[in-house]
Design a protein around this ligand. Structure first.
Ligand code: COA
Length: 897
């Protein structure tokens, strides 16, 4: 039950709602929602936008209703989010001439350039910010793996998960850098469906592993890079929802689906729902009930775009649920905290309450638009793709005088997200005419063909006999069968037909033998069409690269296979792994014999990447993973991943990582596989001295480089643990440490068979939560490993109160469990390096100098035995060890996934 007053609770809940309204000025309803319900966000649509001046007034008046005092009185600590779907390309809410048309995601995918994507994101953010829009429900992170997807299509950068991640995240960075909140959508991925969630509930029957292989890849990348907002999809994922009765639940309402973000990816940003008035929710669970369900499932912001009554009822429904304990107050608090934190980061009253000052002038807008137009033009020219020019029809000869353009004049299949209202400022025909240099030119004519595809005899007459060149623009002809029929008729008559796929590139992608001159522009905008016209007239060449595969491309995309490490092929495998290791990790050059000892162990779960050859090809990469038991549960970690430098950048590293993670999940149910190692010890995390690109590789695949509290995300500059080293040939114990321990009646002796049992019970009492710790002590039985353990004894009570390993390099246990001691001295003067590790003092005796004195005794003992240097692995107590002479050898990031 809630302890807040009704009004306070209502306004807190109101902050969790994002609503749309109708009209060109703020409706009285929206004002009520702001004042009475503490509304958090407004969603703008094309229906709210007429021209630049009106848009400015709308934005300003939205805020005039809530000037600082009134808003504060109404409980608003921060300004409203003003959000919009400015995806660009197909889904563009603020269109020319108000703002420059910018290329959509698939056009960006075709440029394959993150620089272009960033620039477009930045321009878009600048424009939105000019109008006071501070949140964009873009970019789209969906992977368009289903060519017949009616809702995503060109809104996605393509069908390759890593390209989608790269392009989307670069667009998001551009938006962020211009002060606009980016939102990646539609989680967990809307690309593999042939149903539009505006008009029904799509079902994606993929398993978790299948999602990890595809849909989740860009989302993992976004989260690891610290994305601020994620929008959910109204799609059912029967294989993800945990129980039978929940199977049909859309991801938006599913705690299991949102749990992937929260629990597995550790995402702590805002989860916002797609509009709950879409049929995927409205017609299934209902918008009002859906609002409550989505908050229960873990979302933080609920979007309802159309109906005031429904918006109010939804807020009231959530309120009632909190009052009657059906939804916890803490869930509301958590969502409120996230919304508030995002507002704090992006919004200021000062910016929100700007009045018509100089920087808001329409002259400034015109200058900005011109700059953005130039940027867009450059990007369009890089995206437009001549898929085929088999008859060398392109460019058309300069003497071509009669050009006939056929464009769709009837209804075309578009997804529910597309809003085509409003007048077109310029048409395809205008563009063609401009190209002839004469806007009134009669040499270019246009036929607007109906959705039946039917053309009159006169039209056919022009096509057959009069036109020098015929250009057919299609729009989603794969779905619009009549368009396809018309195209087939046309190409029979005119082999030189130029086809422009003016939206999805799939229209004639696989009709290699039929449509020989085929251009893809990835969106129906006039601006994209103009860049195709430039190519047709030879003013530009094609630079775009198809970001989706045709059927003929769908063969296995590489010449390598991933195989599990097989002990019966140990010699060849270790030989291959060593070669790759030495080439890929030149600063950590391990010898084959040393690698063999750490690799060939029963808890290893390694994979190699090998060239596909009949008699076994060369090994070009490997991943070393190990299973362990942590707090009684199976866990696993990745100790090393490397690819032959000559083969890097071909997807081999990604595939090794994905295969290993999939195997560990499928076989052992292990979801989170951090980058680290226990026993055997390689690196305790991601080495900080590796190139930044290597760190980026892991973050791009969803690894969080966090601080020790797991707090910050993608902080590439925080080093969290270290390996230490000391040449002990001239070691002298600092007397004060020895004296202090002696005064406290603490003595130090190596563990013997008689004292071993007490030693083990000390480890079990204190250190069971450290993976592999107790097992290591158990393995170091003093009968087999004399002088392996130094212990501190409390002479007052005769009990053991501290322990450390103090192993000589001759002990085979060292070689099997620590990879790097032989390297730590650095190159030329390789010393006989032993290991100090698992240093622990009984909890009741900490802070009394027991540990430092123990280190001194252990080092002296080792020196007596001929050990020349000591290696200490994986510690964050660098300063403490420095007191007895240790310094850092290497530093590491914590890398979790
Ligand atoms: C880190 C490492 C394993 C990555 O292996 P890799 O095979 O080069 O990795 P991939 O090819 O899968 O991915 C690298 C990039 O190339 C891209 N790429 C993959 N296939 C591609 C292709 N066919 N065309 C273009 N780009 C491609 C990937 O998308 C990725 O870019 P992104 O991160 O922006 O998405 C490799 O650099 C390496 O061996 N480094 C040395 C060893 C090391 O330091 N290991 C870490 C400590 S354990």
């Amino acid at each position: 039950m809630s302890s807040l007053s009704d009004s306070t609770l209502r306004k807190k809940i109101g902050q969790l709602f994002a609503v749309g309204f109708h009209g060109l000025t703020p409706s009285s309803e929206i004002k009520t929602l702001i004042r009475e319900y503490g509304l958090g966000a407004i969603v703008l649509f094309k229906r709210n936008i007429q021209d630049a001046a009106q848009l400015q007034v709308l934005f300003l008046s939205t805020f005039y209703l809530t000037p600082i005092e009134e808003a504060k009185n109404a409980g608003h600590e921060h300004p409203l989010f003003i959000g919009i779907d400015q995806e660009n390309g197909l889904v563009t809410r603020i269109t020319p001439p108000i703002a420059a048309q910018q290329p959509g995601q698939m056009a960006l995918g075709a440029t394959q350039s993150i620089e272009n994507a960033y620039e477009v994101g930045k321009s878009t953010g600048e424009m939105l910010s000019f109008f006071g829009v501070n949140m964009n429900y873009a970019p789209d992170c969906d992977i368009n793996s289903e060519p017949l997807n009616p809702v995503i299509g060109v809104r996605s950068p393509g069908d390759d998960p890593s390209l989608v991640g790269r392009i989307s995240l670069a667009t998001a960075s551009g938006l962020r850098d211009s002060g606009v909140v980016p939102t990646v959508k539609h989680f967990p991925g809307h690309g593999d469906t042939a149903v539009d969630s505006h008009h029904g509930l799509p079902v994606i029957a993929k398993s978790r592993s299948e999602l990890e292989r595809c849909e989740l890849i860009p989302f993992r990348r976004a989260v690891a890079h610290g994305i601020e907002a994620v929008m959910t999809a109204h799609i059912a994922l029967p294989k993800i929802n945990s129980s039978l009765e929940l199977k049909g639940l859309p991801a938006t309402l599913s705690a299991d689906a949102l749990g992937i973000l929260r629990n597995d990816m550790k995402y702590d940003g805002v989860i916002i729902t797609d509009c709950l008035e879409m049929d995927g929710i409205r017609a299934t669970y209902g918008t009002v009930e859906g609002s409550l369900m989505s908050l229960k499932a873990g979302s933080d912001s609920v979007m309802i775009c159309h109906t005031y009554d429904v918006q109010v009822k939804s807020i009231e429904r959530v309120m009632q649920a909190v009052k009657f304990g059906d939804l916890s107050q803490s869930r509301i608090d958590e969502a409120f905290r996230r919304v508030k934190a995002l507002k704090q980061k992006f919004l200021t009253w000062e910016h929100a309450l700007r009045t018509t000052t100089a920087d808001l002038s329409l002259t400034n807008l015109a200058t900005m638009n011109e700059r953005h137009e130039n940027c867009a033009k450059k990007v369009y020219s890089k995206s437009t793709t001549v898929v085929r020019n088999d008859l060398n029809t392109l460019p058309i000869s300069p003497g071509t005088s009669k050009v006939l353009l056929l464009t769709p004049g009837g209804r075309v299949p578009v997804g529910g997200a597309v809003d085509e209202s409003g007048s077109k400022h310029r048409t395809y025909l205008d563009v063609l005419k401009e190209n002839t240099g004469d806007k009134t030119s009669s040499s270019v004519t246009e036929i607007l063909y109906p959705d039946t595809g039917f053309l009159s005899d006169e039209h056919w007459q022009v096509i057959k006999e009069e036109a020098d060149i015929v250009i057919l623009a299609t729009r989603n002809a794969k779905e619009a069968k009549e368009q396809r029929k018309l195209a087939l008729q046309l190409v029979k008559t005119r082999h030189d037909l130029i086809v422009i796929a003016a939206c999805n590139p799939y229209d004639f992608l696989d009709d290699v033998d039929l449509f020989k001159t085929y251009i893809a522009i990835y969106e129906p905008t006039v601006e994209a069409f103009a860049s195709a016209v430039d190519i047709i007239y030879g003013k530009a060449t094609s630079k775009g690269k198809l970001p989706v595969a045709s059927k003929s491309d769908l063969k296995p995309n590489d010449n390598y296979e991933i195989k599990a490490y097989n002990p019966s092929e140990k010699d060849a495998m270790i030989e291959g792994i060593t070669k790759v290791w030495k080439a890929a990790l030149p600063d950590y050059k391990l010898q084959k014999e040393d690698l063999a000892k750490v690799i060939d162990q029963s808890h290893g779960q390694h994979f190699i990447a090998q060239e596909k050859r009949e008699n076994g090809g060369t090994i070009v990469g490997f991943i070393l993973a190990y299973k362990a038991v942590k707090r009684g549960k199976q866990s696993a970690h990745i100790a090393a991943l490397a690819v032959d430098p000559a083969k890097q950048g071909k997807g081999i590293g990604s595939k090794l990582l994905a295969d290993a993670r999939e195997y560990l999940y499928e076989q052992h149910g292990i979801k989170n596989v951090p980058l680290r190692s226990y026993f055997p010890r390689f690196w305790p995390g991601l080495p900080a001295d590796l190139p930044r690109a290597t760190r980026q590789f892991f973050v791009n695949r969803g690894y969080r480089l966090t601080d020790s509290n797991g707090g910050s995300i993608a902080r590439l500059d925080v080093k969290l643990s270290a390996d230490l080293y000391q040449d002990i040939r001239n070691f002298k114990s600092p007397q004060r440490y020895l004296e202090r321990a002696a005064a406290a009646k603490v003595t130090y002796k190596a563990i013997t068979p008689e004292t071993f049992a007490d030693c083990l019970s000390g480890q079990k009492r204190n250190f069971t939560h450290y993976t592999g710790w107790v097992e290591t002590y158990i393995a170091l039985n003093p009968e087999d490993h004399p002088f392996g353990i130094m212990a501190a004894f409390d002479e007052n009570h005769g009990s053991q109160i501290g322990w450390t390993l103090m192993l000589s390099p001759e002990d085979d246990y060292v070689a099997r469990n620590w990879a790097f001691p032989p390297l730590a001295g650095g190159g030329k003067h390789l010393l006989k390096t032993g290991v100090i590790g698992c240093v622990g003092v009984d909890e009741a005796h900490r802070g009394r100098g027991v540990g430092l004195a123990m280190l001194c005794h252990a080092i002296e003992d080792m020196r007596r035995r001929g050990v020349e240097a000591v290696f200490i692995d994986s510690t964050n107590k660098v300063d403490w060890y420095a007191k007895v002479g240790f310094s850092k050898w290497k530093e590491y990031f914590v890398a979790e996934i």
